[in-house]
Ligand binder design. Structure first.
Ligand code: SAM
Length: 243
């Protein structure tokens, strides 16, 4: 079996999937609260920007991958309307269940499906838009997942990847201090789990930067790829067009 990375550790591929599941089983109940605390609410701004760029129209078919607690799925559902269809998916049942309950509380019932982004259970050319927010970093075979996202898109359909990225040089020191000193402590204090938040910091450092991800997306079949740096490159929104 080949090895891959889980944060800074080198592990078997099967072990990575198991440990990623463990992280999200553990963080699911406090996920939304921690997101707000860790990012000082900034994740809402990054997601609002993503929704604006997505420009979902009435009647669109949208697939939200690694959708977790459902922020993007909910926003897209409001735009796609009754004639559209937004499918909310994630590999982790605990995250998806938390998200489904939130959406139901907001009066929105969406098709909700446990599935692995590396093996999507949808036919070719089905969706107008595919989104993945803060999920790609956790996937073992990012190339396979991106190729699957490309496969299920219609020609001229778009993939939006919102993910942590390489921060601008002048911010590096402060960002490292925050990531490795503050985040795990916050995780222990609020969620009783420092290891998952140490994994978060490490996995961000191991994730491909802006240009590398652009290349990966092109290799996966996206004819045109562009990215928007947000908050000094802390996060990037990559937009790929199937053409
Ligand atoms: C940090 S959460 C992001 C949740 C949500 N998209 C958001 O932005 O708040 C990452 C999610 O990726 C999911 N994930 C990890 N590997 C996956 C895979 N191979 N296929 C689908 N989802 C996956 C995890 O279960 C988790 O819910």
């Amino acid at each position: 079996m080949s090895t891959t990375h889980f944060g800074f550790e080198s592990v078997d591929e099967a072990e990575k999937a198991r440990r990623v599941r463990g992280v999200f089983d553990s963080v699911a109940p406090k996920y939304d609260l921690m997101n707000d605390l860790m990012s000082a609410g900034l994740h809402r701004v990054w997601k609002a920007y993503t929704v604006q760029v997505a420009n979902v129209r009435e009647g669109d078919r949208v697939l939200d991958i690694a959708g977790g607690t459902g922020d993007l799925a909910l926003a897209f559902a409001k735009k796609a309307g009754a004639s559209g269809r937004v499918v909310h998916t994630d590999i982790n049942e605990a995250m998806l269940r938390t998200g489904r309950d939130r959406l139901l509380d907001a009066g929105v019932a969406l098709p909700t499906l446990v599935c692995d982004a590396e093996r999507l259970p949808f036919c070719d050319g089905h969706f107008d838009l595919v989104s993945v927010a803060f999920g790609l970093r956790n996937m073992t075979h990012k190339d396979a997942a991106l190729a699957e996202m490309n496969r299920v898109l219609k020609p001229r359909g778009r993939l939006l990847v919102l993910e942590f990225s390489k921060v601008a040089k002048p911010l590096e020191k402060a960002y490292d201090w925050y990531s490795f000193k503050v985040l795990p402590r916050l995780g222990r204090l609020v969620a009783g789990d420092d290891a998952s938040y140490r994994y978060l910091a490490e996995s961000i450092r191991m994730h491909p930067g802006q240009e590398e991800l652009k290349t990966l997306m092109k290799k996966a079949g996206f004819g045109h790829v562009d990215y928007h740096n947000l908050t000094g490159g802390m996060v990037a929104l990559h937009v790929g067009i199937k053409c």
